[in-house]
Design a binder for this molecule. Structure first.
Ligand code: ZN
Length: 163
């Protein structure tokens, strides 16, 4: 089954916001990633963007979501929530997501796409193995990528690589 077919109009609306946050991060000198946490009622509870320009390369929005959720949501609320993100979680963030018991993940672009783009754009590989979410946390339900939004995410990465 094509995972893209599982995306709803609401999923795409939340992903749109993630891509906008990624653009905001890029404009601020950070890397182009953005994420939002949505509860079981479809209400956005927390949102953040990448903030690594200051030198702390753990400042990923998905990691901030996991820590926010651990501090502010019950285990049940965490399990029923959905995390939307412009780019599939890295291994660090997928692990944090699983450790705090968060639910479904929907991404606009995949790790596989990011690797391909990094190759095309001449961006050196990072220090962490580019594992897919299911390789880190097999129990997490995932959906993505979105063909249209992932093209926008690629354009943001191209701009980041060119600065
Ligand atoms: Zn991450």
């Amino acid at each position: 089954m094509d995972p893209f077919s599982a995306l709803t109009a609401d999923d795409r609306r939340h992903l749109r916001r993630c891509v906008d946050l990624a653009a905001e991060a890029l404009a601020a000198g950070d890397e182009p990633f953005g994420s939002v946490l949505v509860d079981a009622d479809g209400v956005e509870r927390f949102a953040d963007r990448n903030r690594v320009a200051g030198g702390d390369h753990t400042r990923h929005p998905e990691f901030e979501i996991a820590r926010w959720a651990a501090a502010h949501l019950t285990p049940e609320e965490r399990g029923e929530s959905t995390t939307y993100t412009s780019g599939e979680h890295c291994a660090m963030c997928a692990a944090a997501h699983a450790w705090v018991g968060l639910g479904r993940i929907v991404y606009a672009s995949s790790t596989e796409q990011l690797l391909q783009w990094q190759g095309e754009l001449g961006v050196p590989a990072g220090p962490v193995a580019p594992l897919r979410i299911p390789q880190v946390a097999a129990g997490i339900v995932v959906a993505g990528p979105d063909p249209e939004l992932s093209a926008e995410v690629r354009a943001l990465h191209a701009k980041a690589a060119g600065r």
